[in-house]
Write a protein that binds this ligand. Structure first.
Ligand SMILES: Cc1cc2nc3c(=O)[nH]c(=O)nc-3n(C[C@H](O)[C@H](O)[C@H](O)COP(=O)(O)O)c2cc1C
Length: 187
């Protein structure tokens, strides 16, 4: 798919068909996530692939979002702070969140390109998901990402975004007006 089209058609889809997902496709998506920039190229993220229906149902409950339980596959993205903390001290937490976000967006863009459906799930009970998947205490759960095909009735359009007029500043905070650039020799 054309890059512009992928960015514009990526959308949070919450209505899934029960059609199975090939393992190759799951690995293609994780590979895309793994290609995201990472601080000092460290390996920080772990991807837990969950296909067991009972576990998927429990994870959906931990998210209190029933549609999550209708996906045939979930990928749980986790981060391991250990190496990042050694390297970046107090900036490690910030870096990890940024890295996880980049990896998640790569995953979602690849989902769109492959004509699959997903939704970034950030609301869940960390402790419950950790218990279900035996994730150690020191590991952070960053996101739950369903992998599915959209159902025939699913809403597949991206939500309209805020206007850049309100979020772009020029040269300094809160300055919404771009001055004409002075060229050499002009007053
Ligand atoms: C950090 C983060 C957490 C999110 N958590 C959830 C969630 O728990 N459940 C959900 O349905 N959508 C969640 N979303 C998806 C947003 O609601 C969605 O991106 C937003 O409404 C814009 O819609 P769009 O993705 O279709 O453009 C989350 C998105 C982000 C970036």
């Amino acid at each position: 798919m054309d890059f512009e089209k992928v960015i514009k058609s990526r959308a949070s889809i919450r209505n899934y068909s029960d059609k199975k997902i090939d393992s190759d496709k799951v690995m293609n998506l994780i590979e895309a996530a793994n290609l995201a920039p990472s601080p000092d190229n460290l390996s920080i993220l772990k991807f837990i692939i969950v296909e067991d229906k009972e576990k998927i149902s429990k994870i959906a409950q931990a998210c209190q979002q029933p549609f999550v339980g209708t996906a045939p596959v979930l990928v749980i993205i986790c981060s391991d702070m250990k190496n990042a903390e050694k390297m970046f001290d107090e900036r490690a937490g910030k870096y990890i969140k940024q890295h996880a976000g980049a990896a998640i967006e790569n995953f979602l863009l690849k989902i769109t390109d492959m004509k699959l459906a997903s939704c970034w799930i950030g609301a869940f009970s960390d402790i419950t998901i950790k218990n279900i998947l035996k994730i150690p205490d020191e590991i952070e759960v960053e996101a739950v990402l369903p992998i599915a095909y959209a159902s025939k009735t699913a809403k597949t359009e991206q939500k309209p975004k805020h206007s850049l007029i309100d979020s772009c500043y020029f040269e300094e905070w809160n300055n919404k007006y771009k001055k004409p650039i002075k060229r050499v020799g002009e007053n």
